[in-house]
Design a protein around this ligand. Structure first.
Ligand SMILES: Cc1cc2nc3c(=O)[nH]c(=O)nc-3n(C[C@H](O)[C@H](O)[C@H](O)COP(=O)(O)OP(=O)(O)OC[C@H]3O[C@@H](n4cnc5c(N)ncnc54)[C@H](O)[C@@H]3O)c2cc1C
Length: 373
């Protein structure tokens, strides 16, 4: 399925494809940690073209293009397995553009737009993942600084990032979502410790411990206790670039290649399995385009994004598992790309919100079925 691109969007897609031709061997989509110096170089090259800010408004230093340009860029990067969109240029920058002060916009946006600085997302904690209103990491204001104490976990890319986009508690614990604040924390500040948590795909997540870390008040984005609304809005304006369908199109191509290599191209069972998966990939693509449409029209995209996440991550896992069914266990021994996908795809149904939570969103907000949050 191909979205109906305008002539300008089609030209942009062609420009992106020819730019990416030089980066095909990067493999930063799955191995950002292992390839970090070159991935950072890639982000700088994207930044030099202005594309890290392709969707930002022009008065914030962006190119002022619509979400479709962002979708095209990151979908092509997913198909090429080149890189995932950096958090700084998305959630962080868009929140600063909307809620930051002039001084904060001047300080942070040029460095993010050029790919010079990178952020990790410090939301999850040992006792707060799906339910972020339970966050316990505390920030106490003392004069011109907040003193932060707590622990974050499953923090992607913290080992290479410069700053943590920290969700922390400034109100009483019972205030739940109403008592949370967003701070930008220097990951190299005194009292910050980043410890690796190895993952099944040979990459790493991190545990970030914050022990009496001093964060200047000027690093608070938006109001104290005002994080909840900003956090939800930031997710809403970034959903169209998460879980791009290019990723599953490419995985399916690997499976088709395996089927050919194994001499199974005429095997009826293999043909049925691949045809079913091809339909599911098209479904995932359709869901992704529905998210894009909602974001473009400024409508809530929560239900579309939840459906997209379920569809995308399920087909990811099914493609990888079909390879075992059709190719046999020696795929595991030989370490093919499909063997890697089997391990990697296991976490896709957890990171960014679990499938159960996504089903809850579709049930309650999409289908109007009542139930506990
Ligand atoms: C690869 C990866 C990268 C990640 N990167 C980051 C990151 O960079 N920054 C960050 O902050 N976090 C990150 N996370 C954390 C991720 O957001 C959480 O793991 C996820 O939100 C689930 O939270 P949890 O692990 O605490 O599980 P829990 O919330 O404890 O859930 C446990 C189980 O209960 C189920 N459950 C929970 N609530 C409900 C409900 N309301 N209805 C039905 N079932 C429910 C879940 O589906 C799950 O099966 C990452 C996770 C992974 C796997």
């Amino acid at each position: 399925m191909t979205p109906d691109l305008s002539a300008e969007e089609r030209a942009f897609q062609n420009e992106v494809r020819s730019f990416l031709a030089d980066w095909r061997d990067l493999d930063g989509f799955h191995f950002q940690g292992r390839r970090w110096p070159r991935v950072k170089e890639f982000f700088r090259a994207v930044g030099r073209r202005g594309w890290l800010a392709v969707g930002w408004p022009q008065d914030a230093g962006g190119l002022g293009k619509g979400p479709a340009h962002e979708f095209i860029l990151w979908d092509e990067c997913a198909y090429g397995r080149i890189a995932r969109p950096p958090l700084g240029a998305g959630i962080v920058a868009k929140t600063i553009i909307r809620y930051g002060t002039d001084a904060q916009r001047e300080r942070w946006l040029p460095l993010i737009r050029s790919g010079e600085i990178h952020f990790s997302l410090g939301y999850s904690e040992p006792e707060a993942g799906s339910d972020l209103s339970s966050v316990r990491t505390r920030a106490e204001r003392r004069g011109d600084a907040y003193i932060v104490q707590g622990q974050k976990c499953w923090t992607s890319y913290a080992q290479d990032s410069d700053f943590l986009w920290l969700l922390c508690r400034t109100g009483a614990q019972e205030s739940r979502g109403e008592g949370l604040t967003l701070l930008i924390v220097d990951l190299h500040a005194s009292g910050v410790r980043v410890a690796p948590l190895p993952t099944l795909d040979d990459e790493q997540l991190n545990e970030v411990t914050l022990d009496e870390v001093q964060v200047p008040v000027e690093n608070r984005i938006g109001l104290e206790n005002g994080a909840w609304k900003m956090m939800n809005e930031a997710l809403a304006v970034e959903r169209h670039v998460q879980f791009p369908p290019g990723r599953v199109r490419r995985d399916l191509e690997d499976l088709v290649e395996l089927v050919r290599m194994r001499g199974l191209a005429s095997d009826p069972h293999a043909r049925i399995v691949v045809a079913d998966l091809a339909v599911e990939v098209q479904e995932a693509e359709m869901h992704a385009l529905r998210v894009l449409e909602a974001v473009e029209k400024g409508r809530s995209s929560a239900v579309e994004a939840a459906a997209n996440k379920i569809s995308h991550t399920q087909v990811c896992q099914r493609i990888a598992r079909a390879a075992f069914e059709l190719g046999g266990v020696d795929i595991l021994v030989r370490g093919t790309s499909l063997e890697f996908l089997w391990r990697q795809s296991t976490w896709e149904t957890i990171g960014g919100g679990t499938s159960e939570v996504m089903r809850g969103v579709v049930a309650r907000q999409g289908l109007g079925l009542a139930g506990r949050r």
